[in-house]
Design a protein around this ligand. Sequence first.
Ligand SMILES: [Ca+2]
Length: 213
Amino acid sequence: MNQIHFILIGFVLSLSVGNIHSENLVLNGGFEAGKSGWGQFIPAESKSVPVSWDISETEPHGGSVAAVMTNPKEARWAMSQSGPRIPVKAGEKYRLAAWIRFGKDAKLEGTFPAAYVRLVFTDVGQKDVSDPRLHLHLGLSGEFAWSTALSMLNTTNLPTSWKKMEGILEIPPGADLVAINLMVHGVSGTIHWDDIVFEAVPAETPFTPALDK
Ligand SMILES: [Ca+2]
């Protein structure tokens, strides 16, 4: 009997330890619950372009649907999480991943990163962390860049089959919360996103140094 208890306790412990490092902190990251948990961020300079986003059953990466952003012409804007920001602590490490594919109608308009996942770090009052590097961006190449080096993520390639963007990052000093934005910049046509993941990884995991200047 005692032995069975011991085995059971060990099993439950290993399950809970496993969960610490495998919980996706992005609500509805695969869009299977429709638009729940997501909204949009359209900066002033893009408000004249009738951009839109929706849930699409056309060739999802995982499950039965993905999200699609539609740009009648080039505009800088984002799909953003509409729910509470994700609590983090400086020095913690996380894995950020997203799957992306461009529609066959997508065209690069100028010299831009085309699409990237933007992490906005704030304090508990949701004020931007006072760091001249500002936001952290994960580009199509799987590289991270701070705002100061965003142009280093510029691309000429718009993949039309699903491509994984992924990296390990370290939370910068002063950050209490993070917001995740799926940004597009410099593309007309459609951009599809699926399976957005932000999850804690062990402290010893090597992280991807971010481009800066
Ligand atoms: Ca999905």
